[in-house]
Design a protein around this ligand. Structure first.
Ligand SMILES: [Zn+2]
Length: 384
């Protein structure tokens, strides 16, 4: 198992079995494992590498390459229109819509399924309230990992008729959202599935976004993303910390801050952030019947809030964006995506439009260099 290069920094044990690797926790003392990239400056010369993210940055990841390309594109494009509208030096659009299931969750899913394949985990399961499970299912099939996906019964319609198969079952569970995670885990335990995706593994794949920004737009000082639970920026922070660990720490890596946005009917984290509180009270978790953007409803944002407080750089802002602001900036956003040749569909998912509405309302220094994560709008068709 040493191929994973995951060690315990607490008891210095490097002998970790498959269970420990999958849980990202030391077999001997239970501490979170840590990964040290081998060699120094593994991102120094990427020009000869034809692989796309995340495997393009394989030296920065604890898992070996097992195939399963996230397909299509992971392009970064400049937007002259947004630069003009905002009066800033540069605006980059980091496009995740061309990935196999059309969202940045593809990076998380491919890394976790590669890990499961490499460990020969026999039957795994994952749970999610949103579109993340579509990505998991896609890469589980592609890498030949038998995998159950567990979703709340109320969210089944988000799966676009994904077929329920013997090796890739779809399990709907009933119960309140805040108990969903516990219910999913007990269903997995009952059926003998290896339940996957503890926080550290979820962040590994998303770290690729940081390396893409580092490689393509090293002068960026503001990263903009629409968030539900906030795993995206936590993953990017892991990526930037790892860059620092290998001595690649200039430009974006040292100056970065975030502008994170939530739709105003799912803005529990934004409200708690503004109040300076470290817990989101139930009254600040709206869970409306007809959410403006259903994929941005986070069942329990309290799990990520302490991590966001601890890890996000100073100067980070988390704001709410109302439906009317999204409507106001829709024409500009639409034109910006069109000009950048990013095929977003507002009807399909509004995350990218929420991000641009929040950005267009922000006051920025003329010297600003901005990267916007564009995700979640490409139509996805269930396999078979
Ligand atoms: Zn240990």
């Amino acid at each position: 198992m040493s191929s994973f290069r995951l060690d315990c920094t607490s008891c210095s044990s490097s002998e970790q079995g498959p269970e420990a690797i999958a849980a990202y926790k030391c077999t001997h003392c239970g501490t979170d494992l840590s990964f040290s990239p081998s060699g120094t400056r593994p991102l120094q010369d990427l020009s000869g590498r034809r692989l796309r993210a995340p495997w393009r940055y394989a030296d920065m990841l604890p898992v070996k390459i097992l195939g399963g390309q996230p397909a299509a594109t992971d392009e970064v494009r400049r937007s002259a229109l947004l630069e003009k509208m905002l009066g800033v030096q540069s605006v980059w659009l980091v496009d995740a819509t061309g990935l196999a299931t059309g969202t940045f969750k593809d990076y998380e899913a491919i890394v976790i399924m590669a890990m499961a394949a490499e460990l020969n985990l026999d039957f795994v399961s994952v749970h999610s309230t949103g579109n993340t499970v579509l990505a998991y299912r896609h890469y589980a099939e592609e890498l030949g990992v038998r995998c159950a996906i567990i979703v709340p019964a109320a969210n089944m319609s988000k799966l676009d008729g994904l077929p329920d198969l013997t090796d890739w079952p779809v399990v709907a569970v009933d119960g309140p959202y805040k108990q969903f995670s516990a219910i999913a885990r007990s269903v997995a335990a009952e059926r003998g599935w290896h339940h996957l995706a503890p926080l550290p593994w979820k962040l590994e794949g998303k770290a690729a976004l940081a390396w893409m920004i580092y490689e393509n737009c090293p002068q960026v000082d503001l990263i903009v993303q629409t968030i539900a639970g906030g795993f995206g920026p936590l993953g990017m922070e892991l990526g930037f910390r790892r860059l620092a660990a290998v001595g690649e720490f200039y430009g974006v890596a040292s100056r970065r801050r975030y502008l994170l946005l939530q739709p105003s009917d799912a803005d529990g984290i934004a409200r708690a952030w503004r109040k300076g509180s470290s817990r989101i009270e139930p009254c600040d978790i709206p869970l409306p019947e007809l959410p403006f953007e259903p994929t941005l409803q986070s069942a329990n944002p309290n799990t990520t809030l302490p991590h966001l407080r601890r890890n996000l750089p100073r100067g980070t802002r988390i704001g709410s964006v109302s439906e009317s602001l999204v409507a106001k900036h829709y024409p500009t956003a639409h034109r910006a995506f069109l000009e950048a040749d990013i095929p977003v569909s507002y009807e399909r998912e509004k995350s990218a439009y929420i991000a641009l509405a929040g950005l267009l309302e922000a006051r920025l220094e003329p010297t600003s260099n901005v990267a916007v994560i564009v995700t979640g709008s490409r139509p996805f068709r269930a396999p078979r």
